[in-house]
Ligand binder design. Sequence first.
Ligand code: SAM
Length: 426
Amino acid sequence: MKRGFLTTSKAQAKLSKDTNLRVSTAAKPETIAVKKFLGVVENATVRPGGYETDSKERVMKERDALAPMGDLDEDAFLYTSQPSIGLKDTLQTYPDGWAECVLYPDAKALILATPGFPAALVRPSSRSYRVTSTPDKGLGLFSTRKISAGDLILSERPLTISPAWTITRMRFLRELTEQEKYLAVVYEWEKTLQPMFDRLCPENKSAFMALANSHQHDGSGPIVGRIRTNSFGLSCFQSGRFTAEEQRTMRKGVYSAVYNEISRLNHSCSPNVYGHFDIATFSYQIFAVRDISKDEELTVSYTGLYSDSKARQAELKSYGFQCTCPACRAPTESDMRRTISSSLATNNLGDGLFKLSLLEEEGLQSIREYSETLEFVMERYIGVGDAANAIIYAKKLVKCRHSANDAKRYTTAIGVQSHSLWPKKS
Ligand SMILES: C[S@@+](CC[C@H](N)C(=O)[O-])C[C@H]1O[C@@H](n2cnc3c(N)ncnc32)[C@H](O)[C@@H]1O
């Protein structure tokens, strides 16, 4: 769309909400690493002292929502609706929904450049879950019928997407303690996210505020508290702006997405579903990682799964619960299996089969090592000319989280024999 188009009165009537982008720019940031604070804070709504922010906000007028972001300061952040909607759109006229986002220009440019974006939501052929109360975990998602490994269970656009790292630039006026810095950061974080919340439509505002909040007494405001409790990390908007080290230590380039239904998924250390964000449909898609029976709870993991039970419980502290899943109830045996499978070098078929048995016993089909090991085992069977067993593992691989689409080729005898490792006839 040409820039000039937007200045006509007819075009103004068609402008999307993005034409009133709020852009905040400031002098170079001081990067602040803040440790998680889990104590109790009184009066969290009062602005803490000892710092000032450099932010000066301005409203960008007549910006085409679909225009390239290249001319914007890379440190400006944008309040934007994605996919872009018309001023008169509602959830009734646009039932796939949209996310209210705080994005940096590189992430928005990457989204707009994704082939197919914004494609319609891909929905499963029938609904297979319900959101219902549990005796001890609040709400949760439960299957309403048998679900097979690899099945799509639900796909949903986020309510909100915002940076998972501190974006407010601050200058400290005196030496602050870690806790004082933390309080300053969460206070400013809430202020930055308020305009994003204000842009939500009434239904999504209510849905957002109805979500659980395990950060009510640690200084987090109501928006930040809900994001910290309910968000799923998105690493797929990486444009190369941040280094791997910055991503890992400061979570730079990582975003947090909050959902109406997906955020009701409770935690297990042996999760039976996994999520994948598809930029083209702008939705999180939830798949089964193993067969799930009727009335089973659908769970994801909020922690790293190769760490031991004690470390996982420490990670879960900020969510305000102690995990009582089977792995945490019998930590000695479970920790041992996880340690062995994470450190086991797979040099031969026997190692691969042993690793798979450990991962399956621990219910770790959602992790990358599981599909990597399936592929390893499939290839070893192909290498010794055992088509029947190779096909068994290729079929498991196809249903798997990280499987390359390639695996489908090896689910038939002809496919297996076309593999480069298949023994050549002499
Ligand atoms: C993302 S929400 C999950 C949905 C939540 N149960 C609800 O009612 O909206 C995270 C919160 O759910 C609860 N939760 C999640 N997994 C749990 C578990 N395994 N055991 C106990 N509580 C859990 C904790 O209160 C946690 O802070």
